[in-house]
Ligand binder design. Structure first.
Ligand code: ADP
Length: 179
């Protein structure tokens, strides 16, 4: 069905932890999955101690991979935890391309985990563009292209959202969506 092969992709400005309309929100976590700053800290604060307890059972996560838990005190029923690459500023082109691939893998693996769990709607933050310093325009192009392609290929998604925390990031995702 065409509508399922090409889900709506929508942009939202603000705090991803407030979204109770999607089946899962995605956490830009670190390899320990035991909480951190930025969006990870916000998700753990809003979800409560139950999330941390469940994350302790997961034994961490590799860069570019994704794991799922319940949403606990969050309005969304699930959290998909993924670990973005740390940007290599000053790195050579080959190194930067491998970062691109790891970032694409975060989006792809998150969608696969969502599909495996029968979820139809997922909300992503801008993975790796905070503390991990990935250039936002480059990350936005990868995020949009990977989600478009992955959702069409996997099928069954109704809506994919991006929650962007500031206007400049929102503008870069809007541009990527229009390209
Ligand atoms: P990373 O370590 O992957 O770079 P960060 O959490 O540092 O992750 O930043 C990723 C993006 O998430 C940044 O654009 C940051 O501004 C944004 N962000 C921080 N808090 C929230 C939140 N509550 N909801 C949505 N996005 C957020």
């Amino acid at each position: 069905m065409a509508a399922e092969r090409h889900p709506r992709i929508t942009l939202h400005l603000g705090d991803i932890t407030t979204d109770g309309e999607v089946d899962a929100i995605v956490d830009a976590a670190n390899k320990t999955l035991l909480g951190g700053g930025g969006v990870d800290g916000a998700i753990h604060r809003a979800a409560g101690k139950g999330l941390l307890a469940e994350c302790r059972e997961l034994d961490g996560c590799e860069t570019g991979d994704a794991k799922i838990t319940g949403g606990h005190d969050l309005p969304a029923a699930h959290v998909i935890h993924t670990v973005g690459p740390v940007w290599a500023s000053g790195g050579d082109e080959a190194k930067q391309r491998s970062k691109d691939e790891q970032l694409a893998s975060c989006y792809r693996r998150s969608l696969e985990v969502a599909r495996d769990n029968g979820l139809a709607s997922v909300a992503f933050p801008s993975i790796s563009t905070g503390v991990y310093r990935f250039p936002v325009d480059r990350a936005a192009a990868i995020a949009v292209a990977t989600v478009r392609e992955g959702a069409a290929e996997l099928g069954g998604f109704e809506e994919i959202r991006f929650w962007l925390f500031d206007q400049a990031t929102y503008d870069d995702y809007e541009k990527a969506l229009g390209d």
